[in-house]
Design a protein around this ligand. Sequence first.
Ligand code: PEP
Ligand code: MG
Length: 576
Amino acid sequence: MIQLKGIAAASGISIGPAYILGKEELIVSREAVSWSEIPAQIQLFEEALIQTRREIIELQKRISQDMGQQEAQIFDAHLLVLEDRMLIEEVISRLKKEQLNVAYIFSDVLKKYISVFLEIEDEYLKERAADINDVGKRILRNLLGKKKRGLDEIGVRAIIVAHDISPSDTAAMHTKNVAAFVTDVGGKTSHTAIMAKSLEIPAVVGLEGVTAQVNPGDTLIVDGSTGIVIIDPDNETLASYQQKLEKLKGIADKFLQVKDQAAQTHDNHTVVINANIEFPDEVPSVKLHGGQGIGLYRTEFFYMNRQDSPSEEEHYQAYKYVAQEMNPHPVIIRTLDIGGDKFLSQFKVPHEMQPFLGWRAIRFCLARPDIFKLQLRAILRASVHGNLKLMYPMISGVEELRQANQLLKEAKQELDGNGIKFNDQIEVGVMVEVPSAALTADILAREADFFSIGTNDLIQYALAVDRGNEKVAYLYDPAHPAVLRLIKGIIDSAHQAKIKVAMCGEMAGEPSLALILLGLGLDEFSLPPQVIPELKYVIRAVSFKEIRGFAEKALKLSTGKEVEEFAQKRLEQILG
Ligand code: PEP
Ligand code: MG
């Protein structure tokens, strides 16, 4: 049994077999073979080597045509591995000696080879280990007669272990047998982690080296609330986690009892609890958990896992569905937020050194009015079917808001010109997630209908901490006094201008910190659907008067750790 600790990214506990993405082809069973079968096994090995050579030469040809000769030469090293007499002879001699299936022997020889190369402190030899690994996998795949495996092939509900999982891979897990996932890299508010929450898949990220420690099929326990991952648990640990699972279910049931009640304090201060979604088919989950509306619909997921871009009609149909399903409750559609950690192959955005500071979100949309206006027209068209609002991501100052509104005006004129109906009074909000917007919130508030604070980005930009980098994740702190001060400033500016202020970043879904937000006067909380009942329960257990005092005290603390402990203590009192 091995216990590891990573970054808790999506809560919940899962127990199940490990499925290693990108490593799975190395699963080889150990089978005895008789002496008479040895020549056939050698033949199998030789055929696999020939087939691998054919594949590599084919690949080399293709790369040479597409990218040039120099790039294709990389594969010369791969071809050399196929001629490595030592490797081949070791396989054949062990095959004869141990009388086990050749795939097993080869995979064992391969592992030992790679580990010897990796142990030597020499960059050239380390690279050679990568070559051997690549070619070795190819040979093994051919020995086993397998194609490269992907998420599509997961048969049982498994726990995915991978070096990294992209937001689009996570989006693809939507319909797959994924019980949880664990990755070597990543941070708490990376979009991969956010997707996991939406899909209610427990996740632990930033667990450096986990892919090297887990073998396919190992039993894993993933605790997405504490960040603990246990490999091959003993019976006692397994039983205690099963008990914990039961207990969690009991607590969830307690919260669910208040899901349809108002988020109202003892002294009748009422706030709104909305849900964040990425896909229209999450609407039933929003209703099931008592969401009063949708506070953030991240539309960029619509573009993922497809070659083409969705048409205006496709956008329209999706928004219309969500608007109708939620009617009369509000649905806030966030316009396209690509860039950062969300790449869409359709748009061929050039590679950037710092994508989070680059051509992202509203910056991209203002530069590509064709793409932006197509989406705006679809939102406007859908606005007659329910209570739709829209908001722009990554606004850094009022000029960007004005430019976006100018394009909105043009989109309206285009519809008007074609006699298409829409809600001309549609509310337009600003996501406050860049420090410059937070610090000029008073100016923005004069021209925005509402604010929605995007803490996932606001924190990374304010504290200069990449939200997806596990190396600096310890500095990513929603409770940092700087973050609290920025939030207080945004809320006060919004209220002075008499507009509502929501929060749709993950911070709004952390019940202890949500207490501080409540005390600071936040009007609306938007969070992953499954957290809604707990937050309602917590809000219904306090008085606004007391919580205002509590938030004032939190603002006077010096460090994020102090704030967190202070808020956690209050939460524990509430939850008993
Ligand atoms: C945020 O930044 O807090 C937010 C809600 O948007 P996203 O996580 O999609 O960047
Ligand atoms: Mg954001």
